[in-house]
Design a protein. Structure first.
Length: 714
């Protein structure tokens, strides 16, 4: 449970307000599916003992849609040519309320929930007796587990213009919800909107940041708002005013998206969803809190200072970091042992614990890799191509850092060191978000590395993101962050790709294949298969599927390979053909990454069938053929569309250090500028430098283009 949401443990009575944009679609019709998902949550919460009070908008919008249709079918062609007058809002409310409640009653009835309708006006609350009676009625309904549904009775409102007037006791359904929350002594008010919460600016602006906790003295007067709701009268400004009013009267408020299927449940489970308004919020926010944007901007500024250093100075930073790692090895290992013990106590599976642990000698190996990386050829500013455009006009294509990288990784703290070293060598700023299971290790490693960065660059070159709740904000910063690299599960990578406009580089799965051809040397095949599976089963380049030529199923080769794996403790599952030929259980899927001492084996007709299988069930990571027939091997190498394709070599060789890259920021199966293990080169882009002597274009009249390729500068 998020600390700022701990108060929900004591919540029993909840007022939930659904806005017009939530209950209606873009075309104005009721969003039945979305409303149904909300009601299913309300039914579950009602059965769990929560007292639910619903405040709904949408009557005017729903009525307007129906009246427009009725007007259309009763209009002549001549009528339609006349200027169209806006429909009366009160009439729309009267018609829409009927349809809205019919839908609500039907949905609740299907969930075996009783609901009740209460229409109120601003004038009602001027009567003290009304307030008392209202409270008694609601308490009675809640005692029967009935859900009261409130709406402003716009059809008979006495305000001059209830659709614009913002005066009185309440003036829209947001302020009505706030009033009811306080009047009925609710423990929480949830305002559902069409956005995730309150942003520092219009949600459409990529620079806007989601505000998880509203602090009056910090945010009031500095927040700018976008347009009002597309169909309702309010907007985020109205919700904030209502939320502040309720919160400072003693009822906490959360503004959250009503488009997510389970946000109400998440809020009441204590997850950090939306924006919280609480009278004690000012005491929760550290005065030195650094936002996602500030962190990213600082990383960019530091990266530009790093890029401006001479090559030898950048090299020295890596050497200093390597020395600092070795000097602090005991401190790092103590932190890592704490993480490992915590993960084991929490019941994490073996593959995660294996990735988490820094084995003896790991720090020395990381420091050695860093020194190797320091000695590689200077990557920044190297000339990729020189062209003489015309006399005295020389164009150079040069390598240049991408800018700011956001790396989101799970489990492996050694990844933090590799990524940081690559960022320093390539001149990039870096933001790191590691898994919570490596919290202590990552914190110590980050502290050791940044302490070794000189003040001329600044320790903010590498920022450590400690809260998962900051990730959505970071993923919106496509104007500051240049590349996102997720390293982790399929779910993590998929979520990142679906949540950002920033280019994403990485791989979702590591479903690596080894195909053993009929021409294979079987002793070699056994060694390669065994190494690919058992050297480090949790690695993304470990073999997950063994493909075997059908001839090996009749000459004993298939059985021999399976027995070899089983003797080493591998649990072998079969594809449809393999499981019918030998006594092994059938795999539940041919597209599965075990990350453990398990694998799938399947029989294929020939090399082309193996290639087709890989394209259908693989992940384009690393695939290998074991064969003595060179023609067959060449077909495999040229046709398999994976980031890395090997002949007679274990898939475990697909690694930045083993490829001589010094380290890797990850392995990419993306078909963009970098595939396979991504080292320094994968973190660079190019820019053009043109050197002239006063030339101007003038319609190209005075320039004779030669486009002559020149040799690189010595």
């Amino acid at each position: 449970m998020d600390p700022t949401r701990a108060f929900v443990k004591n919540v029993k009575r909840v007022v939930i307000k659904v806005g017009t944009a939530v209950v209606t679609r873009d075309d104005g019709r009721l969003a039945v599916g979305r409303v149904g998902a909300i009601f299913e949550q309300l039914e579950t919460l009602n059965s769990r003992g929560f007292e639910i009070i619903l405040v709904t908008s949408g009557a005017v919008g729903a009525g307007r849609q129906r009246l427009k249709y009725r007007k259309l079918i009763h209009s002549s062609f001549a009528d339609l040519q006349k200027p169209q007058v806006e429909l009366d809002g009160k009439a729309c409310a009267a018609v829409g309320q009927n349809g809205l409640m019919a839908l609500y009653d039907n949905l609740f009835s299907q969930l075996d929930v009783t609901s009740s309708q209460l229409l109120v006006t601003d004038n009602d609350f001027k009567n003290a007796d009304f307030r008392v009676q209202l409270s008694e009625t609601v308490n009675t309904l809640l005692s029967f587990r009935s859900i009261p549904i409130f709406n402003e009775n716009d059809a008979i409102s006495t305000r001059n213009d209830p659709y614009e007037d913002s005066s009185g006791i309440f003036w829209d359904n947001d302020s009505l919800a706030a009033l009811l929350a306080v009047e009925l002594k609710a423990d929480l008010l949830i305002l559902l909107s069409d956005v995730e919460g309150l942003y520092s600016g219009p949600p459409s602006d990529p620079r806007s940041k989601l505000i998880h906790t509203y602090v009056k003295h910090k945010h009031q007067g500095v927040i700018t708002f976008g347009d009002k709701s597309r169909v309702g009268r309010g907007g985020m400004d109205a919700k904030v005013k209502a939320a502040v009013k309720a919160a400072y009267a003693g009822t906490p408020v959360i503004i959250a998206s009503g488009f997510a299927t389970d946000n109400i449940t998440k809020v009441l489970n204590g997850e950090c969803i939306g924006t919280l308004f609480h009278e004690d919020a000012h005491s929760w926010i550290p005065p030195t809190e650094v936002g996602a944007r500030e962190m990213a901007v600082a990383a960019r500024e530091c990266s530009r200072r790093l890029q401006g250093l001479p090559s030898q100075d950048r090299r020295k930073i890596l050497l200093d970091v390597a020395e600092a790692l070795e000097a602090n090895e005991s401190l790092i290992m103590i932190a890592n042992e704490t993480d490992v013990a915590t993960a084991q106590d929490a019941g994490y599976n073996e593959s995660i614990v294996s990735r988490l642990a820094l084995k003896p000698g790991k720090i020395s190996a990381l420091a050695k890799s860093m020194r190797t990386l320091a000695d590689v050829e200077e990557p920044i500013g190297s000339i990729v191509k020189r062209t003489k455009l015309a006399d005295g006009l020389i164009l150079e294509k040069t390598s240049y850092p991408l800018g700011v990288l956001l790396i989101i990784f799970e489990s492996r703290p050694d990844a933090l060191v590799q990524i940081a070293s690559l960022a320093i060598r390539s001149g990039n700023g870096l933001l790191l978000k590691g898994g919570k299971e490596a919290k202590c290790s990552n914190a110590v490693l980050h502290r050791v590395i940044t302490a070794a960065i000189p003040d001329t660059v600044g320790e903010k070159l590498i920022g450590l993101v400690t809260s998962r709740e900051d990730i959505p904000d970071l993923l919106k910063l496509d104007d500051v962050i240049d590349l996102v690299i997720p390293r982790g599960s399929n779910k993590l990578v998929s979520e990142i790709r679906n949540s950002t406009k920033i280019p994403v580089l990485g791989h979702a799965d590591g479903i690596c294949h080894v195909y053993v051809d009929k021409s294979a040397d079987m002793d070699m095949a056994r060694r390669i298969v065994l190494d690919a599976k058992t050297d480090y089963p949790a690695a993304c380049n470990a073999m997950e599927t063994l493909l075997v030529h059908q001839d090996l199923s009749t000459n004993g080769g298939l059985l021999e390979l399976v027995k070899t794996l089983e003797r080493e403790g591998v649990h072998v599952y079969g594809g449809p053909r393999a499981s019918s030929l030998i006594d092994i259980a059938e795999a539940h899927s041919l597209h599965h990454e075990y990350s453990s001492m398990d694998c799938t084996v399947e029989v294929v007709n020939n090399v082309q069938a193996a290639i087709d299988h890989i394209h259908k069930h693989g992940s384009a990571h690393t695939d290998c053929i074991v064969a003595e027939d060179c023609a067959v091997a060449e077909d495999f190498l040229h046709q398999v569309d994976s980031a890395a394709v090997f002949h007679n070599a274990s898939t475990r060789f697909c690694d930045g250090a083993r490829f001589g890259l010094g380290a890797e920021v990850g392995i990419s199966t993306s078909r963009i500028h970098a595939r396979g293990p991504v080292g320094v080169e994968g973190l660079l882009t190019t820019r053009w430098i043109l050197r002239g002597s006063g030339q101007v274009v003038e319609g190209d009249k005075g320039v004779v283009y030669s486009h002559e390729t020149l040799a690189p500068k010595s």
